[in-house]
Design a protein around this ligand. Structure first.
Ligand SMILES: *Cc1c(COP(=O)(O)O)cnc(C)c1O
Length: 391
């Protein structure tokens, strides 16, 4: 497999045909000079790259330990790192002659990003979403429709993300000639985890160039939150062979690792199959996929990208977990200290960094990957803290 024991193409015969076609196309285009140039043009002229590597002076002074930098993926168009990936996959789909992007979404963030890329590249877009999630995420549903996407309500089973995936895969299979299945994180059957990492590795490349410009060396630590793992692998990849750089992935401990309400698939999962890949998965006693929880919708996933499972197995990356409570504290802390409201997902990385930085000496450098901005979370966090915002 691509990542030693992890990865693979564990899909039904009927899905395999589409997956093989994507694999063939990706192998063809990944080293194609004109594809690379077009992708870079979209990143730089549409998504607003390079994103800043911001020296967080207030935070550094306040914590009185290592020097802190924030990689500002929150400043990208649409407010997170997801745009990097959707632009890459949409461009590949276009090269393959496809007319339509199909995706599923849970909280709606990936759906909005996919719909955005579809508009830019003049493609149709069909987003599958559980009926329960549609109800909960009215704002993102409205955005997707505003962007011209067809939002398909999925009305079977629990009517959430799992069923949305099934529904999207059926739709893809029914329209293989015309459509492309766009995955939102570094997960799924090969080539998706590798391809998504390649579209996100620009984050780490930029960090390396930027920190070497300001500090004349690599950082000592890079910290990123891990849901499916795309922003983290994007930030880490360029540094995998730089053994002096400590890489730390932060999972969601939800209400605590000793409860049933978390989504820490690397910390507490077992080797298993999920969404076409072999990786670490949270399973119940009967071996079924567990119901998982995090206050951060983007981290609320029962598995993780296979490359992370591999990097943990060889001990190149350390994985830790942060609770809802600590993430909310960090959400407030960064807002008050730097005037930056982080996505609640990114706040998990900030929370771990706060603890770490205090205990490091002043000559150390820590980079936090700020995967997205927190506008989407303000209302939800307020409610969680007992304040209802009515608009
Ligand atoms: C979707 C999302 C995540 C989680 O996805 P990864 O693939 O693990 O990066 C993290 N942060 C933000 C802001 C997101 O929107």
């Amino acid at each position: 497999m691509e990542f030693n024991d992890f990865g693979g193409q564990y899909v039904d015969e009927f899905i395999l045909k589409g997956v093989k076609e994507v694999e063939k196309a990706y192998l063809k285009y990944k080293n194609d000079q004109s594809f690379i140039e077009e992708f870079n043009d979209l990143l730089f002229n549409y998504a607003n790259r390079p994103s800043l590597l911001y020296y967080a002076k207030n935070m550094t002074e306040n914590l009185n330990g290592a020097k802190v930098y924030l990689k500002r993926e929150d400043l990208n168009h649409t407010g997170a790192h997801k745009i990097n990936n959707v632009l890459g996959q949409a461009l590949l789909a276009k090269k393959m002659g496809k007319k339509k992007l199909i995706a599923e979404t849970g909280a709606g963030q990936h759906g909005v990003a996919a719909a955005t890329a579809a508009v830019l590249l003049n493609m149709e877009c069909e987003i599958h979403m559980g009926a329960v999630d549609i109800e909960k995420q009215a704002l993102n549903v409205y955005k997707m429709r505003l962007l011209g996407a067809n939002v398909v309500s999925v009305d079977f089973g629990l009517k959430t993300l799992k069923e949305a995936v099934d529904s999207a895969l059926i739709a893809w299979n029914n329209d293989l000639d015309n459509s492309f299945y766009l995955i939102g994180s570094a997960v799924g059957p090969h080539p998706y985890p590798t391809m998504v990492r390649d579209f996100q590795k620009i984050i780490g490349k930029e960090i390396k160039a930027q920190i070497n410009l300001s500090e004349k060396r690599n950082p000592d630590y890079i910290i990123a939150c891990v849901g499916g793992g795309s922003n983290a692998i994007g930030a880490f990849y360029e540094f995998i062979n730089n053994k002096e750089v400590n890489l730390i992935g932060v999972e969601a401990a939800g209400e605590g690792l000793n409860t049933n309400k978390h989504s820490a698939a690397i910390s507490l999962g077992k080797k298993g199959l999920l969404h076409g890949m072999k990786t670490k998965v949270l399973l119940d006693d009967d071996g079924n996929i567990k119901e998982v929880h995090s206050i951060a919708a983007g981290l609320d996933y029962p598995g993780v990208g296979p490359e992370h499972a591999y990097l943990e197995s060889i001990k190149r990356v350390k994985y830790v977990a942060v609770t809802n409570e600590d993430a909310i504290e960090a959400f407030k802390y960064l807002s008050k200290t730097e005037g930056i409201i982080p996505a609640i997902e990114s706040a998990h990385a900030v929370a771990y960094a706060i603890k770490l930085v205090k205990n490091l000496s002043k000559d150390k450098i820590v980079v936090i990957n700020l995967s997205g901005r927190g506008d989407k979370d303000v209302k939800h966090i307020a409610k969680y803290l007992g304040e209802e915002i009515i608009d």
